[in-house]
Write a protein that binds this ligand. Sequence first.
Ligand code: NAD
Length: 468
Amino acid sequence: MSDAYLGFANSPIGSRIAAALGLPQPQPLERFAPGQPVIRGTVLLGGTATSELLTALAGIFHSIGAQTLAHRGLPQWTATANAAGLMTGRWGVEDQPGEKLKALVFDASGLDDSSQSDALYQFFHDTARSVLSCGRVVVLGRPPEACANPRKATAQRALEGLTRALAKELKRAIAVQLVYVAEGAEGHLESTLRFLLSPRSAYVSGQVVRVGGASQPAAALDWNQPLAGKKILVTGASRGIGTAIAEVMARDGAQVICLDVPQAQDALLEVATRLGGKALALDIGAAEAPQALVDAALADGGWDVVVHNAGITRDKTIANMKPHLWQAVVNVNLSTQERINEALVASGALKPGARIVCVSSISGIAGNMGQTNYALSKAGVIGMVQSTAPHLAARGITINAVAPGFIETQMTAAVPFAIREAGRRMNSMGQGGQPVDVAETIAWFASPASGGLNGNVVRVCGQSLLGA
Ligand code: NAD
């Protein structure tokens, strides 16, 4: 489904009309294409103090090959980094007034007390106008619940308000995120920074990500083919978001096992064949589905990643809803996933270091008219991810979820015009996302280098106002 208004608002005449009438002026999003560098442009680093995180950042930017400058608030660290050949210079409004920046990364892990927040003000006050369209801002902190004292925990928790407000303020499709890195987990940060700084995260903004310690050290891998050799099950792969997930996984080197209902077999076969993968026609809602999947996985030598994407809607207000509509949605969207995960884990059909990625929805966060069944199921997915994560960690398995907002698919094309337009515009990006935006986020969770991500729920919603 194309967004005609996006094209209009970016045409020479349309942009003038939109500006004159005060209409939304969404910026076309930059998206990733194979072979592109992670960041095209300069990264500016800032921070409250020198820290272990800053040291890790120097290594990560070296690995990414990004042109990096240090903000004038970091004089001591700049000298060290310059000596190591990592920094190309110093940045301050008076030093380089015209220099445009593609990304800002601020290490706030040294913020011990709210009275020190001036450092954040200074950095973002200096730089806010210098960030290019489709730029990236990442603030790094420490998980408040693990801070040594209430003052530090308060200062770290306060970062959420800053980043969410910045994400709304900077506009021009600039995405802003907060990443809480647990002490000792610095070595697991690279996959997250690569994702959040690159066009892969085009439609992700205003999110809080937690990077923790992993049972395994971060895997060294070919960042151009991070899923090489991995066997990945994608449910609901015959169309929509599921097809995009299978495409991105295959692009990143995986062998995909594409699953969908038997009625969708023709489309499923087309997708699987095109991607050099396998097709598995199965109704996951059927009682025998968990065992069938265990058998298929074991026959395949085990799977590395399972993506629970298949989902259905059967919308009615609860007073008008028949019991079978309630049961079908809760079963397919939630209970089935619980049963499948339990069966795959118990049977050893998932390989060591496996990843489970679930698809929730902002409806599961905000609720939605006529969707009590769907919202319950999608909120339940979040509950499943958060409650299962610690248990799976003991087995070296991670589980995370994405919660899409308004994504341009057949499902949303069927929504009445006025509601569709509202869904598209009521977010910081002023447009709907593409299925590939959800797929890229899932690929980040699926990466062997993402062992530090467990129990996260990341919205792919352009910072939707719903559920904010
Ligand atoms: P879609 O309806 O286009 O595709 C869903 C796929 O799942 C279909 O191919 C369908 O046949 C398959 N499926 C349904 N029940 C199944 C079953 N019992 N067994 C096997 N396969 C089954 O939907 P989509 O828009 O691509 O959405 C994909 C996921 O993203 C869903 O979980 C949906 O709830 C979620 N989501 C979508 C949006 C959006 O804006 N499109 C927003 C939030 C969340």
